[in-house]
Design a protein around this ligand. Structure first.
Ligand code: PRP
Length: 221
């Protein structure tokens, strides 16, 4: 297996839409940069899964955009299923992982492509790999759009990586902060004042649902 190297974001002149400029600092990856990289990743995947029927297992919720675009670049037989997993931080670095949806397809003896939007500490992926591995697939390959390698705690080694990114708080293209910004067609960097403000208000409001600010100023969603 020989995958193309992850890209690192290159400076772009793309501008954040006016209505978001107070919250989103800059565009890290444009929709065109993402689309181009996805086509290369799809070629790598097709090469590796040639003549096999694969099961694509995607982690909810952040993967929605990435998954939808990636599978449309794949022209080989596949079946699709989802695992729901979320980290509900309690002010800790790792947060507590909660499984909210189990697989419906049987993956025993199957070739699995596990897809997630971002690999950060690796805690989520490590837990999912353990759970999935116990179901007896023939092999599991891990595919992520974004990799924050500098933040890794668990020794998870993804097989296909779109972009290696620095330790900045990214939103858009499926990634959220407090469940917002997922619908942006690009990946942008959130202004620190947005999540530091929310962090303060989450202490005041224990019903705030997002785990992201609790995991330091790092990226988790
Ligand atoms: C995010 C992201 C990854 C995970 C990465 O999920 O989608 O699954 O965190 O972080 P880690 O490597 O430190 O474990 P989140 O729990 O925020 O849920 P979401 O996909 O619904 O946004």
């Amino acid at each position: 297996m020989k995958s193309s190297k992850p890209e690192t974001p290159v400076a772009t002149t793309a501008r954040v839409p006016l209505r978001l400029r107070a919250e989103v600092e800059r565009v890290l990856l444009t929709r065109n940069q993402i689309a181009r990289r996805l086509r290369a990743m799809a070629r790598d995947i097709q090469q590796d899964f040639k003549n096999r029927e694969m099961v694509v297992v995607s982690l909810l919720n952040g993967t929605v955009m990435f998954l939808a675009d990636l599978v449309r670049c794949l022209s080989l037989p596949l079946r699709l299923d989802f695992i729901g997993v979320s980290s509900y931080g309690a002010g800790t670095q790792s947060g507590e992982l909660v499984f909210t949806k189990d697989l419906r397809l049987d993956v025993r003896g199957r070739d699995v492509l596990l897809v997630d939007d971002i690999l950060d500490t690796g805690n989520t992926m490590a837990r999912v790999l353990e759970k999935l591995g116990a179901l007896g697939p023939r092999r599991i390959r891990v595919c992520v759009l974004l990799d924050k390698r500098s933040r890794r705690i668990q020794p998870v080694q993804p097989d296909y990586v779109g972009f290696e990114i620095p330790d900045v708080f990214v939103v858009g293209y499926g990634l959220d902060f407090a469940e917002r910004y997922r619908n942006l067609p690009f990946v942008g960097v959130l202004h620190p004042h947005v999540y530091t403000a929310k962090q303060t208000s989450s202490v005041q409001n224990p019903h705030m649902t997002s785990s992201q600010p609790a995991k330091s100023a790092s990226q988790t969603d």
